[in-house]
Design a binder for this molecule. Structure first.
Ligand SMILES: [Fe+2]
Ligand SMILES: [Fe+2]
Length: 246
């Protein structure tokens, strides 16, 4: 069997699987495009079952997925996070900061963008030092507030992205204030300093460069992320099978 034949077979298998399934998106995927006050568009479900497992359109995850499996199969190319981690390493940061850089945008990359620092911190909290989760939670907030003493100025890219008149909301002001007075402020701030404003598509960083740092600082559950009954296991499962009906 040649490659073309194999690809055609795979396409056919996917089409067959899709014919047998009802796949429904959660409201959060469509809110805005659809009015969430309205009932979702009706599908013809005759003779089909609602999806209760992995989405056949997505790359199959191993039964005991590791952090790296999520990076490779669910977090996109993740170049920005890899380049930030390498920069932190080059700048001589300690392993907590490097790990925080490696993980900091995992929610934006594979889960939810709005308040991505908070979601990412919750995702990783059971597996990392509290200080790492703290830095990831607050990097999103600190990005809006300059701190000359760390050489951090308001990103030019934010002016382009959000306009010159954007002002952080009061909840961000409060979170900034809280973080600023916290003993781990420096860790969170260092994450923002190494959080690259713009990534260079020509600089390629291998995930495997961080195998040892992750091995020492990320408590990979033997059951696999999502199947270990931690307080964020359900979130990892949702990233694994995002269109599961219930
Ligand atoms: Fe971020
Ligand atoms: Fe970032």
């Amino acid at each position: 069997m040649n490659d073309l034949h194999r690809a055609e077979m795979a396409d056919q298998e996917l089409a067959d699987a899709m014919d047998k399934l009802v796949i429904v998106k959660s409201a959060i995927y469509t809110s805005g495009e659809c009015d969430p006050r309205e009932p979702p568009p009706r599908q013809d479900t005759t003779g089909r079952l609602h999806l209760m497992g992995p989405d056949p359109r997505l790359a199959k995850m191993p039964s005991k997925p590791t952090l790296f499996d999520f990076f490779k199969l669910r977090f996109g190319p993740a170049i920005h996070m890899l380049q930030s981690a390498r920069l932190a390493q080059k700048n001589g940061c300690d392993e907590k900061v490097i790990l925080a850089c490696l993980l900091h945008d995992c929610s934006a990359a594979g889960f939810i963008r709005a308040d991505h620092g908070y979601w990412a911190a919750q995702l990783i909290a059971p597996y990392v030092d509290e200080e790492v989760a703290f830095a990831v939670r607050y990097h999103q907030v600190l990005r809006f507030y300059p701190d000359e003493s760390f050489g951090y100025k308001y990103p030019d890219s934010y002016i382009r992205l959000f306009g010159p008149d954007y002002k952080p909301e009061p909840y961000l002001d409060r979170a900034h204030e809280h973080c600023r007075n916290h003993k781990w402020y420096g860790t969170a701030r260092l994450l923002t300093v190494n959080d690259l404003y713009s990534f260079d598509p020509k600089v390629y960083v291998e995930l495997e460069e961080f195998t040892d740092i992750v091995g020492r600082n990320f408590r990979q559950p033997p059951e696999g992320l999502g199947f270990d009954d931690s307080s964020s296991a359900h979130m990892w499962r949702t990233i694994n099978w995002p269109t599961r009906y219930l």
